[in-house]
Design a protein around this ligand. Sequence first.
Ligand SMILES: [Zn+2]
Length: 368
Amino acid sequence: MPALDDHVLAVPLVDHHVHGYWLQTRDRGRFENGLNEANVEPLAAFDSAFDTQIGFAVRAHCAPVLGLPRHAEPDEYWARRSELGDDEVARLFLTAAGVTDWLVDTGFGSGIADLATMGRTSGGRVGEVVRLESIAEMAAAADGDYADAFRRILRDRTASAVGTKSILAYRGGFPGDLTEPSAADVRDAAARWRAAGGTRLTDRVLLRFGLYEALRLGKPLQFHTGFGDRDCDLDDANPLHLLDFLRNSGDTPVMLLHCYPYEREAGYLAQAFNNVYVDAGLSINHLGARSPGIIARLIELAPFRKVLYSSDGFGPAELHYLGARLWRNGIGRVLGELVAADEWTERDAIRVVDLIAHGNARRVYGLS
Ligand SMILES: [Zn+2]
């Protein structure tokens, strides 16, 4: 499938959910931990992140970007990475990703590349995705009425942002009441939260309030769903629990991120609601050589105009590149098989690649 293969290799990507890379990786232990999403502790002494799908994928696909042979051994890889230094490693990976636009979740962490650094290092454009829980913490610290402060800060912080993001999955999960709370309930909950210090929002009323303010804003609202670290109860991050919320969500685009292992459930929601979109960011990186499976499952039911690309890269700059590399390989393989079986035409396959790579993101986020 030469035309499809060539197209997939070169197609420009919009990475619609990504974070800054670590400015300093420091030591190999931290690097290897950066290749593990779910475990919040240092890896066990007997273990190595190189002995995982993502570790093998780093050796297969990232090693050549650093001038090493494909499948370079872990020690050789780490030595080369250390020799080049973090700045050069980041430059190599971000420019090799073929990403024209990075939509960056700026919600957490210090010591990571900010928007300007992401733009400078990659040569691409950057857009900001603002976390609702961060807005809530700013509103808790502000003077006066909480709801007014939240609305004002949300408006100011998103004036130049492309979207918002909720980590409700990490703050109690999706099951339960997700209707809009009354003004009186918001006032009482805010008073309680402020009295308790106003940090790390877990109050359900205020979390619900933030979601509806984001819907009213109208910019795409991203949700962490599925796979994450173990602080998030995976059962409660199943996007099917968002059904009632989605029924009330109007026209504002809702972006279901990561999705694994609920990509089929997410695909169903993308079919069921005009405003629901899905991606397999993060999951593709961690599934490595098995990622064509999730790419295939995501497009079983989800309409092709509702699927987006993201890496969810955070930490090691490898992840900003690897997501793109694995997605290109995976979509090429999955669609190539459909064309070879004469189920799809090559022309249609190329058109769908364009939709997922950048077309859908440009439309939903209003990118030029
Ligand atoms: Zn993320």
